[in-house]
Write a protein that binds this ligand. Structure first.
Ligand code: PEP
Ligand code: MG
Length: 570
């Protein structure tokens, strides 16, 4: 058995088709006529752009706008005058053929992106290498492997899948994907999930253990992959496959149903998004609103800050699409693990304890915070927008943010610009300090949303990204659970809404406890909504009180988790 990283859920059983792109041999040639060579390059560039545009359109109609964006990103790279200008300069100054000029310039950028270390930049490096090869192949008249023509029942096996290869996949024929490289958040993994094809990535050494035509079984949830499995294994996975399909069908029934417990307690099951395009999936999975719009994604992967108008358009689009349902938009949360190169932030010694989120925004009121708050207020005229302030630790931070909102309301009034007059301004409760004084915050903030990803990190004093101490990073730790319970009871006492937008809100083992504590709103990635709604409808809050009391009587995270597993029968 091979083990990789799960990239897209489901069981795939089929025949291995190894897709190896022929290694391109790029030879250096001296050229005599630079102008003619540049024309040759421009012709190939145009054809590559046209192909990319076709792929983007195909993806937009077949899969979705969001997925098509990956190809639009390639178009942006291909149309970047700096990149193409450098290639032309290399041809002219070094008197070399276009293939080698492309090779050198694109590799230089790809290496630069890759060396930046962060995941987004790694993806940019992959994209740069992808367009490089496509331009070179167009110049050399080499056809790419036609993935669209794979036979039914194929398990696609490759060293790595470029986004343009994945974009050509016909999900009716490809039953699984296994790659040696890649990660859960690589663009090809995102596309596999969008196409709902089971996929396992980062399977070390897989290509040396599999041949074309071998039978392959993969479990996209656990990351397990078998080559020519014995009958028993095959039977086991065939069973799991039908179970997965049945479950999926069963969960679809929960789309359109109310999120009400057996004893009539209604909660809201809403979604976390990062871009306006994500709303498509929220509507598809019947999200009852947006519980967290992480606005920093609007600021990432670009050269300069989005203007107030650009932000206004993005927020308005989400508010309108959600058609009156609550849309909680979090103000910029950068710093920590989220860097934005053009903001010119210095590297903090302890980024998670430093210049981050509201601390940064209050320091950059004029150029960053006010334009964002103004855009949010203006967009609030088009739907049910609520503003959420991240990472607060003391009431002064909340008061300052709120005062800015009031100041900007006055400004908009004087200009006759409409906005939602009673717009709510709430906070994320995600630091130990905010939790301890949740009663103080509850008197002033309009709502709470518990950010368990950070709350766990700050309560346990454990960096959420550090593998060496990840054994301590558990929301089931009694310290974190007590904190959550306390925050919810402070909110309920003050009569304000309390939600949760950290990953714990969609953990089936956590949901019964959160219902018992009295959480009003659960926010998660859109595809998790039907599963959690089903769970909510299966319990009554009254019966869960005893379960929560028992869980809270244990001394360790492991005991609590085990107890919840037994309770849920898993
Ligand atoms: C959290 O901290 O739980 C949260 C939802 O915010 P982020 O993961 O963006 O820090
Ligand atoms: Mg957070």
């Amino acid at each position: 058995m091979y083990k990789g990283t799960s990239a897209s859920a489901g069981i795939g059983i089929g025949t291995a088709v190894i897709v190896e792109e022929a290694e391109l041999v790029i030879e250096r040639r001296e050229i005599a006529d630079a102008d003619a060579e540049i024309q040759r390059f421009k012709g190939a560039l145009e054809r590559t752009i046209a192909d990319t545009e076709r792929m983007a359109q195909d993806l937009a109609t077949r899969v979705g706008e969001k997925e098509a964006e990956i190809m639009q990103g390639h178009m942006m790279l291909l149309s970047d005058p700096m990149l193409t200008g450098e290639i032309e300069n290399a041809v002219r100054n070094e008197k070399v053929n276009s293939e080698i000029a492309i090779e050198n310039v694109c590799n230089m950028y790809a290496d630069m992106f890759a060396s930046m270390g962060d995941e987004l930049m790694q993806q940019r490096a992959t994209d740069m290498r992808d367009i490089k090869t496509r331009m070179q192949k167009t110049l050399m008249g080499i056809q790419s492997v036609d993935i669209a023509a794979l036979a039914p029942g194929s398990v696609l096996v490759a060293k790595d899948l470029t986004p343009s290869m994945t974009a050509g996949i016909n999900p009716a024929n490809v039953v699984g994907i296994v790659t040696e490289l890649g990660g859960r958040t690589s663009h090809s993994a995102i596309l596999a999930r969008a196409l709902e094809i089971p996929a396992v990535v980062a399977v070390t050494g897989f290509l040396s253990g599999v041949r074309d035509g071998d039978e392959v079984v993969l479990d996209g949830s656990s990351g397990d992959v078998y080559v020519n499995p014995d009958e028993e294994t095959k039977k086991l996975f065939t069973g799991r496959q039908s179970q997965f399909m049945e479950e999926k069908k069963e969960l679809e029934k929960y789309i359109g149903r109310p999120s009400v417990t057996k004893d009539g307690v209604r909660v809201e099951i809403v979604a976390n998004i990062g871009k306006p395009e994500d709303v498509e999936k929220v509507l598809q999975y019947d999200g009852e609103g947006i519980g967290l719009f992480r606005t920093e994604f609007l600021f990432m992967d670009r050269e300069a800050m989005p203007t107030e108008d650009e932000q206004f358009e993005a927020y308005k689009k989400v508010a309108e699409a959600m058609d009156g349902k609550p849309v909680i938009i979090r103000t910029l949360d950068i710093g920590g693990d989220k860097e934005i190169p053009y903001m010119g932030l210095e590297k903090d010694e302890n980024p998670f304890l430093g210049y981050r989120a509201i601390r940064f925004c209050l320091d950059r009121k004029e150029d960053i915070y006010k334009p964002q708050l103004r855009a949010l207020l203006r967009a609030s005229a088009y739907g049910n927008i609520r503003i959420m302030v991240p990472l607060v630790t003391c009431i002064e931070e909340y008061r300052q943010a709120r005062a800015l909102v009031e100041e900007l309301k006055g400004e908009l009034d004087s200009k006759g610009i409409p906005y939602k007059r009673d717009i709510q301004v709430g906070i994320m409760v995600e630091t130990a300090a905010a939790s301890l004084i949740a009663d103080i915050f509850a008197k002033e903030a309009d709502f709470f949303s518990i950010g368990t990803n950070d709350l766990t990190q700050y309560t346990m004093a454990v960096d959420r990204g550090n593998k060496k101490v990840s054994y301590l990073y558990s929301t089931f730790n009694p310290a974190v659970l007590r904190s959550i319970k306390h925050i919810i009871s402070c909110a309920r006492e003050a009569g304000i809404m309390v939600g949760m937008c950290g990953e714990a809100a969609s953990d089936p083992l956590m949901v019964p406890l959160l219902l018992a504590f009295g959480l009003n709103e659960f926010s998660m990635s859109a595809s998790a909504i039907p599963r959690i709604r089903k769970l909510v409808t299966e319990y009554s809050v009254a019966e869960l009180q005893a379960v929560a009391d028992k869980a809270m009587s244990f001394a360790t995270a492991a005991e609590i988790e085990q107890y919840m597993k037994e309770f849920l029968g898993c």
